[in-house]
Write a protein that binds this ligand. Structure first.
Ligand SMILES: Cc1cc2nc3c(=O)[nH]c(=O)nc-3n(C[C@H](O)[C@H](O)[C@H](O)COP(=O)(O)O)c2cc1C
Length: 187
């Protein structure tokens, strides 16, 4: 079967892409605004380059047409802490995808433990094995309702026992396949 994207609906293109471009890493993004800590998962997310150390994440809008809180907080405050999902916190990551008002914190509502590692970045989710402390870099111009933003990694947290002296990293991240979470397996 050959599918012509110019003839497919937006929802079918979403289904095709999110079931085919798999597994996708998940950026569990923590941002802050007016003292409210916001957390939400995003899987239209990928590294762009190691020099400069950059990632790209595409964030859409809420049903009422306003920017998702993560997007508006990043564009306003220029900071984001990207945490990674593992089997111990995947349920909390899924819960934190619920759309709340911008003055409501997923962290408080779903009792997600965070700790402040760097005072000038949002806190990281304590159960994550690694976190990337990022600055807003730029926005990619794309028509439509999803806004791809480039973030530059400034600092990284990694649990001590997950990095060796040769900088080999071992994390048990959970990824996204269509609408499901999937763990990695060794081959
Ligand atoms: C695993 C997973 C991946 C998601 N990926 C994206 C994504 O890439 N872009 C997006 O706009 N929403 C994505 N969502 C939906 C957002 O997490 C959801 O809209 C959330 O409420 C946004 O929160 P915020 O308003 O606090 O930013 C994803 C949800 C889940 C569960």
């Amino acid at each position: 079967m050959l599918l012509d994207y110019s003839e497919e609906s937006a929802i079918n293109k979403y289904k095709l892409m999110s079931d085919t471009v798999v597994p996708r890493p998940i950026a569990w993004i923590v941002t802050q605004e007016n003292g409210v800590i916001n957390a939400a998962p995003f899987s239209y997310f990928i590294p762009l380059s190691s020099s400069p150390a950059t990632v790209i994440v595409s964030i859409g809008h809420k049903e009422d047409g306003s920017q998702k809180d993560s997007l508006s907080n990043i564009l306003k405050n220029k900071k984001a802490t990207i945490c990674f999902v593992n089997k111990n916190n995947v349920k909390q990551a899924a819960l934190s995808a619920t759309s709340l008002g911008n003055n409501e914190s997923e962290i408080e509502k779903y009792e997600i433990e965070v700790n402040e590692v760097l005072e000038d970045y949002p806190p990281m989710i304590s159960s994550s094995q690694s976190a990337l402390f990022c600055d807003y870099y730029s926005t990619v111009e794309l028509p439509g309702k999803t806004v791809p933003i480039i973030l530059e990694i400034k600092k990284q947290y990694i649990q001590d026992d997950r990095i060796d002296e040769r900088y080999h990293i071992n994390v048990d991240n959970i990824g996204r396949v269509g609408a499901k979470f999937k763990a990695m397996v060794d081959l």
